[in-house]
Design a protein around this ligand. Structure first.
Ligand code: LLP
Length: 418
């Protein structure tokens, strides 16, 4: 039996050194995934930018990697913006999203000089315009539209169907653009759409793109509004378990850029500045989570049940989206005899089951479990439920681990108590 090596490190040693539960991220993997997007987007289309969707994973270290790679940042809250400011992330490389931004958040964005706001309604566009005029600044605005395409993904992460809470419904876009053409502080530059998350192929992206390109033509013909920017969102899927077969990133992005070029040439429209906003694709496979096994017992109808020292608070995705994960017993790799096991979390919730029915070596207290592909929406969605502290984050580069975010202490957790 051997130990599981990941990112050039023996993760059983990482667990012993940094404690569990532990988020482990690979800087090399993050960098190579950013560069993979670059290779099929930024390097192929003459005017474009990739913005990382920071909701997927946001730490100071992550921001520094993005700055080094000259990648933009999509933020959706005052908190995400605050951390970006804290490391001096260039404001002109930030895009401010969110369907219900507060005035305080908009104010912070304007004061920091955020380059672009994505608005979700006419009301919000007019508010940003007024606030920008008062400050004498002129941010760019993209209008998020709802193309009415149903994303082929879990219903909680599909975002562009008719009735979605996001964006301006298609039937209101024309009037909203017409309002946008009269802005005085801000300037309406174009459109944004995001079809959903964890999509396995480009069918929904292409369907939405075609609808939005027709919309761009319509507002040009009817209102004389020429969209200078088109943001095509994120949503590019990753493989969590065997059998997941997402299409390569190139097969999402290249056909979209080609379609834009072809449409614009055919319609005599200038090519827009293009944007994509991947989150999960960049960080999902670049992270694993380590747990220590606690109680192991036989449960009728379920079989062998191994409890670990984390679960719902560090990974709510199985409970929220029925998400599936793969895992290994990190200190018992290569063991020939396997038992069908269910890995359960430590929270007082029956739904806190990390993985059902996975074949693992016979587990006992103290074994280390490495759950794979936990780099996206795990650290960022972690909570203190049952007053469990947020795990530390270790970042590995060139086989060298470093503490990136320290483990939350009980003092940290209760620091706001009066
Ligand atoms: N752009 C916009 C406007 C978005 O709403 C999102 C994700 C993205 C980009 C990035 O999508 P990605 O490339 O990561 O799929 N918590 C859920 C995912 C929610 C995604 C929300 N929006 C999960 O854990 O699966």
């Amino acid at each position: 039996m051997g130990n599981f090596i990941w990112g050039g490190c023996d993760v059983t040693e990482l667990a012993a050194r940094f404690g569990t539960p532990l988020y482990v991220m690979s800087e090399d993997e993050i960098t190579s995934r950013i560069r993979a997007v670059r290779a099929c987007f930024d390097d192929r289309y003459d005017s474009c930018r990739t913005y990382f969707a920071s909701k997927a994973f946001l730490t100071k270290d992550m921001l520094r990697i993005l700055m080094r790679e000259e990648t933009g940042l999509d933020v959706v809250s005052g908190g995400e913006l605050y951390l970006a400011r804290a490391v001096g992330f260039p404001p002109e490389m930030i895009m401010f999203h969110g369907n219900s931004k507060t005035e305080a958040e908009i104010g912070c964005g304007l004061d920091y000089g955020v380059g672009c706001f994505v608005v979700d309604s006419a009301e919000e566009m007019l508010l940003i315009d007024r606030m920008a005029s008062t400050r004498g600044v002129r941010p760019r605005i993209l209008m998020r539209v709802t193309p009415g395409v149903e994303g082929h993904t879990h219903k909680h992460i599909a975002t562009a169907g008719v009735g979605s809470k996001f964006g301006v419904p298609m039937e209101l876009v024309r009037d909203t653009v017409s309002d946008g053409m009269r802005l005085r502080g801000a300037s309406l530059e174009g459109f944004h759409f995001h079809v959903g998350s964890q999509l396995m192929d480009n069918a929904c992206h292409m369907a939405a793109l075609n609808i939005v390109l027709e919309l761009m033509k319509r507002v040009r013909d009817e209102l004389g509004f020429v969209a200078g920017t088109l943001d095509m969102g994120g949503g590019f899927g990753v493989a969590y378990v065997e059998g997941d077969a997402p299409k390569p990133i190139d097969s999402f992005i290249r056909p979209m850029t080609e379609r834009v070029e072809e449409f614009c040439a055919a319609e005599g429209m200038p090519r827009p500045f293009l944007v994509v906003e991947p989150g999960r694709f960049i960080v999902g496979p670049a992270g694993i989570t380590l747990y220590a096994v606690g109680s192991v017992k036989e449960v009728p109808d379920i079989g062998l049940c191994a409890g670990v020292d984390g679960g719902y608070p560090d990974n709510p995705r199985p409970a929220l989206y029925d998400a599936k994960y793969a895992a290994v017993a990190a200190n018992k790799c290569g063991c020939a005899s396997l038992r069908r096991t269910t890995i359960v979390g430590k929270c007082c919730e029956s739904g806190d089951v990390l993985i059902r029915d996975i074949d693992l070596p016979e587990l006992e207290r103290g074994d280390i479990i490495a759950v794979k592909c936990t780099g996206a929406y795990n650290h960022s969605m972690s909570s203190n439920y049952n007053k469990n502290p947020i795990p530390a984050v270790v970042m590995i580069k060139d086989g060298e681990p470093r503490l990136s975010v320290r483990r939350q202490s009980f003092e940290d957790m209760f620091a706001m108590e009066i």
